[in-house]
Design a protein around this ligand. Structure first.
Ligand SMILES: N[C@@H](CCC(=O)N[C@@H](CS)C(=O)NCC(=O)O)C(=O)O
Length: 287
């Protein structure tokens, strides 16, 4: 029976699962969710995953999300040997470390740097430096090592391969400066089944996603400006009505002989003038 995967190819963690499923030759029933249409908030999906995150894998009664957890689950359940996620504790610790480095350092540095660019602004230099630092660390993992955690390909390579492809597509990093990463990246392109195709399809779809996303944001901002303007208009109208009411009040309170004086005071706008008009109204009442 195929496994259900709730996903969208523009999401890097979803691509990690797609790529690894291809490696394991698993049949997936792909269910695409459009996050801009907020399809991940549909009640039937939130029932499966209260965190409403993609990717989410459903394998019979088992529901798994968090791409690294999905990788581990698939490797343990469907891997044909224990190289992809080693049983040996020391080796497994190394693979886990690479997975956590990917999610907590490398991917995080890329998203932090890219976020303002996604919103139409510019990335910060200090954030770009963090990306470079993270890639330098990756280069050290790969020094004298064919894959990121040793001589065998492991789940960590699938996760990091997707992050590096995203980094390459979004940030134009010069990989020549990181010779081990460069060598490993080319090896991923050659050896990870479907890597180039998935990356290419994602790049195309990301482009149209970005256009839709920016158009939506522009429309939201326009709507916000209109609302602010409407709010301002209401406030202005209320202020004018208040002024006019006070003016009428003053007119009725003033004796006929004092009305000309009051007219020069009542229409004023400043607090000082209002205080003066209060004073004048008090005086006229006391009279
Ligand atoms: N750490 C998670 C990240 C998953 C994630 O951020 N998914 C995004 C799409 S890239 C999502 O589902 N966003 C919807 C939401 O935040 O509600 C993983 O590796 O699976």
């Amino acid at each position: 029976m195929p496994l259900d995967l709730y996903y969208n190819i523009i999401s890097p963690p979803c691509r990690v699962v797609l790529l690894f499923a291809k490696w394991l030759k698993l049949e997936l029933n792909l269910i695409e969710l459009d996050v801009l249409k907020r399809e991940h908030y549909k009640p039937e999906f939130v029932k499966l995953n209260p965190q409403h995150y993609i990717p989410t894998l459903v394998d019979g009664d088992v529901i798994v999300w968090e791409s690294s957890a999905v990788l581990i689950y698939l490797a343990e359940k469907y891997g044909t040997d224990d190289t992809l996620y080693p049983k040996d504790i020391a080796l497994r610790a190394k693979v886990n470390q690479r997975l956590f480095y990917d999610i907590g350092t490398l991917m995080r540095s890329v998203t932090t740097y890219y976020h303002p660019i996604l919103l139409g602004g510019e990335g910060k230099l200090e954030d770009f430096k963090k990306v470079q630092d993270a890639v330098t660390v990756l280069d050290s993992f790969l020094h004298g090592s064919r894959w990121t955690a040793g001589e065998n390909v492991t789940v960590a390579d699938f996760a990091i391969a997707v992050t590096v492809a995203a980094l390459d597509g979004l940030l134009n990093l010069d990989f020549a400066v990181y010779p081990n990463v460069h060598r490993w990246y080319e090896q991923c392109k050659r050896e990870l089944v479907g890597y180039t195709e998935i990356t290419k399809e994602a790049a195309q779809k990301t482009q149209s996603f970005l256009e839709r996303f920016r158009a939506m944001r522009a429309a939201e901002q326009q709507q916000l400006c209109t609302l602010q303007q409407q709010h301002q208009d209401v406030q202005n109208e209320q202020h004018e009505a208040h002024q006019s009411h006070r003016y009428t009040e003053l007119q009725t309170l003033q004796k006929p002989g004092e009305r000309e004086n009051a007219q020069t005071v009542a229409p004023s706008n400043t607090p000082v003038d209002e205080a003066k008009s209060d004073e004048s109204s008090k005086m006229s009442t006391e009279d």
